[in-house]
Design a protein around this ligand. Structure first.
Ligand SMILES: [Zn+2]
Length: 282
């Protein structure tokens, strides 16, 4: 795989933004680059959109500070889609031009740029700048989660697992939910690290097509289908999407190792998951 950028290095918000902008310029006929809103500290939450089809799939990376390598993975995905479409190549099981004509691929590579920046300074940090764990800040089992949070002794903003005062209290989650409500994607794929696992459904709710898609993604990547337990449950993006839209919502725990995964692994992890990412577009 050939890429314009060297992706096997740490990408902070500055690198993510400039890579997205440069991809948008290089592939100006194929990729639209905009923003869905701003973080607590005023950083643009970049959006890359490929294609002009009716069926819409949204990919979101970097809910969690330490998991910033997921932004690299989604930038690579955008670049691969554009490069294949320009050359008239296939990507996975479909021609990239067919994907462009029949799908809209929305990619938010870094939902939590402030948290990524804190984590990149060497601190253990999953939350946003206010200490809210964005992937517990969605309206799915929120009250239930708040009880678990209290039992775990979490009383306020901290590095991980604090859900915030109320669902969508944070500008990052509010911006994403607003965009989702406006565009009503047919499927949602959230990238986290690590463990080589794929999660789907929420609280026993598995919308039509979800298990089948998750199974295909597992086969393509060699990752294992799993169910979240304990405090990993509730308040997540795919949880809310599953409840609200009753459409496939998938979480991929990319790669193996300890967070933050070494940036040198970015391209090899991308190779593991590309087929799975493409399955959501079929
Ligand atoms: Zn995560």
């Amino acid at each position: 795989m050939q890429f314009i950028f060297a992706y096997n290095r740490v990408f902070g918000w500055t690198e993510v933004s400039s890579a997205a902008d440069l991809l948008g310029k290089r592939y100006s006929d194929l990729l639209r680059v905009s923003s869905i809103g701003q973080s607590v500290l005023g950083k643009d939450l970049k959006l890359m959109s490929f294609g002009r089809g009716k069926r819409r799939v949204l990919y979101v990376g970097t809910h969690h500070g330490l998991e910033h390598i997921t932004a690299n993975l989604l930038l690579m995905f955008a670049e691969r889609l554009c490069a294949a479409a320009e050359r008239g190549n296939r990507l996975g099981r479909a021609a990239a031009e067919y994907i462009f004509a029949t799908r809209t691929v929305d990619i938010v590579p870094m939902l939590n740029p402030d948290g990524a920046s804190i984590a990149q300074s060497g601190v253990f940090w999953q939350a946003n700048a206010r200490g809210v764990d964005l992937n517990h800040n969605y309206n799915a089992g929120f009250a239930q989660y708040k009880r678990m949070e209290a039992e775990a002794g979490i009383a306020g903003g901290c590095a991980t697992r604090y859900a915030g005062e109320y669902p969508e209290s944070e500008p990052e989650t509010e911006a994403l939910c607003t965009y989702i409500r406006q565009t009503e994607p047919d499927a949602l794929v959230c990238l986290h690290t690590q463990g080589g696992e794929i999660y789907f459904g929420y609280d026993g709710i598995v919308p039509r097509g979800t298990a089948c898609l998750a199974g295909r993604m597992a086969r393509r990547s060699g990752y294992v289908l799993s169910e979240p337990t304990g405090m990993a449950s509730h308040g997540g993006c795919k949880d809310w999407f599953t409840l609200e839209f009753e459409r496939p919502g998938i979480t991929i725990e990319c790669g193996h190792g300890t967070n933050p995964l070494p940036p040198e692994l970015a391209t090899s992890i991308y190779r593991e998951i590309e087929g799975a990412l493409l399955e959501a577009l079929l």
